[in-house]
Design a protein around this ligand. Structure first.
Ligand code: FES
Ligand code: FE2
Length: 390
């Protein structure tokens, strides 16, 4: 069922032009009721709360006896952020620095007020909490309401495989999260990677782009019947299109692709709530999984991970060394830094939403449109300013 009815914040004229994916245009702040990775497990220590923003909401995360908890970072009394000055008087609570309302990390209940121990508010009020789960060394928050679904629903196939060793990097990028998804899943954007150090030094085969095959329906495969509830789109242009290795202008070759030995990225897919899987990449025995996590309307976490199946501790150790010395600098930085500046370069055009109608897509962008439609149809809710301030 299409969720056109949910669209609340987009200009009528724009809505008319983006039929079929209007909820996506409305989802500036992302989709609510999904799991998002926000940091790596090693970044949060026992009893040392961390502050962050997710889908516009300020949050606090703390580790208590090894387990992670997440509270909305806004005191119920006068709305200040508790993180302005963190005061944890006991292991299981946080006290507001202003008038000492004190909340339990576990369930957000206002359990005491140091400045007025007889207040009738005590035990009656509750700060919003969000479920937190750790997997593969990553911290995921369920930014939603009610009981969360299994994490598998919001992670791509293979990410949670038992033998999959995951390592990565997280950084804040100044663009809306949708521009990041669309850069990552864009079939013809590989052109920007043509001079990457990864392509040369790792001997990759990389065309300049693809000429699509005849039937546009063959360019993508939508997955909406996955057993764990995942919703995603596969880009099949590599299978049905023709790779372009010689770029010509007026018949004269002006640029060639990379004719390396290693074939990568045969299998590219994008999944709700906004996570790309590239298999294999950046080497034939590895996979890349990367999330574009909305922080607010103008910024996202670029949460990059590389997975490699490892059979034992020795393989895991070797992979860790290889990751630090080779894959992180060459792939997550060298190669993906191109993606970052490309996203930032799109910001102005899409800033007022008119870009969604003024853009002029071409044949290979079919994959991007398929993603917009899938996201519009299968998201679990659109995050709004009312959620942020509510
Ligand atoms: Fe937090 Fe008053 S604003 S206790
Ligand atoms: Fe890219």
């Amino acid at each position: 069922m299409k969720k056109e009815m949910d669209v609340a914040n987009v200009d009528e004229a724009i809505l008319k032009r983006v039929k079929g994916w209007a909820p996506y245009v409305d989802a500036k702040l992302g989709f609510r009721n999904h799991w998002y990775p926000v940091m790596f497990s090693k970044e949060i220590d026992e009893g040392e709360p961390k502050t962050l923003k997710l889908l516009g909401e300020n949050l606090l995360v703390n580790r208590i006896d090894g387990k992670l908890y997440c509270l909305k970072d806004r005191c119920l009394h006068r709305g200040v952020q508790l993180s302005v000055k963190v005061e944890c008087k006991t292991k299981s609570t946080i006290t507001c620095w202003y008038h000492a309302w004190t909340y339990r990390w576990e369930d957000g209940v206002l359990c005491d007020i140091l400045t007025n121990p007889t207040s009738a508010q005590i035990g009656r009020q509750k700060l919003k909490t969000y479920p937190v789960q750790e997997a593969k060394g990553c911290v995921f928050i369920y930014l939603g309401d009610g009981d969360p679904p299994p994490l598998a629903r919001d992670t791509p196939p293979n990410f949670l495989d038992d033998d999959m060793e995951i390592l990565g990097k997280n950084q804040i990028i100044k663009s809306n999260w949708r521009l990041a998804v669309e850069n990552g899943f864009d079939p013809s954007h590989i052109y920007i990677h043509k001079d990457s150090i990864l392509v040369k030094d790792n001997d990759l085969a990389l065309p300049l782009g693809f000429a699509p095959g005849g039937d546009r329906k063959q360019q993508t495969r939508v997955v909406d019947d996955d057993v764990v509830g995942r919703k995603g789109v596969y880009d099949l242009i590599g299978e049905h299109g023709v790779p372009v290795f010689e770029g010509t202008i007026g018949g004269e070759v002006v640029r060639e692709g990379a004719y390396g030995e290693k074939i990568v990225a045969n299998d590219i897919s994008i999944w709700l709530p906004g996570v790309l899987k590239v298999n294999p990449f950046p080497n034939p025995d590895m996979m890349q999984f990367e999330w574009y996590v909305p922080i607010d309307e103008n910024t996202h976490y670029y949460f990059q991970t590389l997975g490699k199946p490892c059979a034992n501790d020795e393989e895991r150790k070797n992979y860790e060394q290889e990751f630090e010395s080779k894959w992180k600098p060459m792939a997550l930085e060298g190669f993906n830094n191109d993606d970052i500046w490309a996203r930032e370069a799109m910001v102005d055009f899409y800033a007022d939403d008119k870009g969604w109608v003024n853009e002029m897509l071409f044949e290979v962008d079919e994959a991007i449109v398929a993603w917009r439609k899938l996201a519009s149809e299968h998201n679990q809710g659109i995050q709004t300013q009312a959620h942020v301030s509510g």
